[in-house]
Design a protein around this ligand. Structure first.
Ligand SMILES: Cc1ncc(CN)c(N)n1
Length: 233
């Protein structure tokens, strides 16, 4: 069995602006999507307490990410662009975040515990970086900064789905893997990639590429750092 490969298994991830950005920080990207946290979710060996910490911090993170999506609606300069950003906003708010709350309940974490939790340093660094780019950059800066979050979990979901080392039966994390490897999240990601391409063309991505790749790489590094929130959260 071959290792999952984007070129063969999900070519869209290797194409256009998203593909170029992913390719140009491949070493950091691989650290993010093949992190020991991800492997331990796949084989079911992650400590449940670490996963609980991660879920709580991820809930708080998703709230900040949703706020960045709201700024994407504000920054879009066409109605189509506004609709797309609103669709992403609704996808995160009504699909990912709602599922997250239900999922946390299954892990014995109620909404009050989620709301009262303190934000970890990893979460603060990452979410405030995104919000800073959302406030001071234009729509392209924002979509580039948000892209590793959107695309990375879909890729790691697809990788875990395809990996023979992934445990399905009796793995307490299987439903989390199924969420990010599933059709609904995949569709949201594919729409996001197509949108990034369009906004990139309209906003001069070619000429701005050095700055864009720095934003993308910073988000990838912050995603990798975020896995540690499972320890410290
Ligand atoms: C930190 C983080 N990054 C990405 C995702 C997937 N949207 C997430 N839930 N949390």
């Amino acid at each position: 069995m071959h290792e999952w490969q984007a070129e063969r298994d999900w070519p869209l991830l290797t194409q256009g602006l998203a593909g170029r950005l992913r390719n140009d920080c491949m070493a950091q990207w691989m650290e993010f999507v093949r992190h020991p946290f991800v492997r331990s979710v796949g084989d079911g060996t992650l400590a449940p307490e670490a996963f609980r910490n991660f879920l709580i911090q991820d809930y708080l993170y998703l709230i900040q990410y949703t706020r960045a999506c709201a700024l994407a609606v504000h920054k879009a300069d066409t109605v189509t662009g506004m609709r797309h950003a609103a669709h992403l906003l609704s996808g995160i708010l009504n699909t990912e975040l709602s599922m997250h709350v239900a999922y946390c309940a299954g892990w014995g974490i109620d909404e009050t515990a989620l709301e009262q939790a303190e934000e970890s340093l990893e979460l603060l660094a990452y979410s405030r970086f995104i919000l800073d780019r959302a406030q001071t950059g234009d729509l392209l800066d924002l979509l580039v900064t948000m892209a590793p979050c959107l695309i990375g979990y879909a890729e790691l979901g697809a990788r875990l789905h395809a990996d023979p080392a992934t445990k399905r039966e009796g793995n307490p994390y299987w439903s989390w893997i199924a969420l990010y490897g599933g059709a609904e999240y995949t569709e949201l990601v594919e729409e996001g990639i197509h949108r990034l391409e369009k906004v990139g063309a309209a906003c001069g991505a070619q000429a701005r590429y050095p700055a864009l790749v720095r934003e993308f790489a910073t988000s990838v590094r912050l995603e990798t750092a975020f896995w540690a929130t499972a320890r410290s959260g």
